[in-house]
Design a protein around this ligand. Structure first.
Ligand SMILES: C[S@@+](CC[C@H](N)C(=O)[O-])C[C@H]1O[C@@H](n2cnc3c(N)ncnc32)[C@H](O)[C@@H]1O
Length: 173
């Protein structure tokens, strides 16, 4: 069985475990919604690593990035019309109007070094996403968003050293 990345691992090993899980989970999530039209959103632009990966996975879709500020290099900043600045709790309630359609995939990457402290904010974001994501759409995160009633999608082969969650909303909702 694969051992989870832990405090005993180097920061390098933990970063590798996180990035490996992110790439594999984003690619699986992309395959799940391949036949569904609609925009994609990244919550937590940060250094724009996963946003940039999403843009490349979805060259024909609108990919929106949300964050409270800009922390990435200038060349990685999304176009102004695809960048939503502010606290998620303030921007998500108006997101449907902004995106002009329900997102079919939302990646939430809002974690800090304080995993316990992240739990409340992650669940509040989950509650806001529960009705925003299109029926049949997918949410993924490395924190539990508490999406009760959504299908938990098994993680891709080889992912396990960094906790990740992939959920799918029922198409019948
Ligand atoms: C872990 S970083 C994202 C890393 C990024 N996805 C990447 O691959 O480079 C988390 C980001 O989420 C943002 N963030 C966390 N909580 C937020 C909130 N409640 N509202 C808005 N932005 C938030 C932080 O400002 C930070 O840039």
């Amino acid at each position: 069985m694969t051992r989870s990345a832990s405090e005993g691992d180097s920061r390098l090993d933990r970063m590798i475990a996180r990035l490996t899980a992110q790439r594999a989970c984003l690619e699986l999530a992309a395959a799940l919604i391949a036949d569904m039209p609609g925009p994609v959103a990244e919550l937590g632009l940060g250094k724009a690593r996963t946003y940039d990966h999403l843009v490349r996975l979805f060259p024909d879709r609108a990919v929106y990035a949300f964050d409270r500020g800009i922390h990435c290099p200038p060349e990685a900043v999304p176009p102004a019309e695809r960048l939503v600045l502010g606290e998620f709790e303030a921007t998500l309630p108006g997101a449907l109007e902004l995106l002009r359609a329900a997102p079919v995939l939302v990646h939430v990457d809002m974690g800090t070094a304080d995993r316990a402290g992240d739990a409340g904010p992650a669940r509040r974001v989950g509650a806001l996403l529960a009705n925003l994501i299109a029926p049949g759409g997918v949410a993924l995160a490395d924190r539990d968003l508490g999406l009760a009633g959504w299908q938990a999608v098994p993680l891709p082969e080889g992912v396990g050293r960094w906790p990740y969650f992939i959920w799918r909303r029922s198409a019948a909702d």
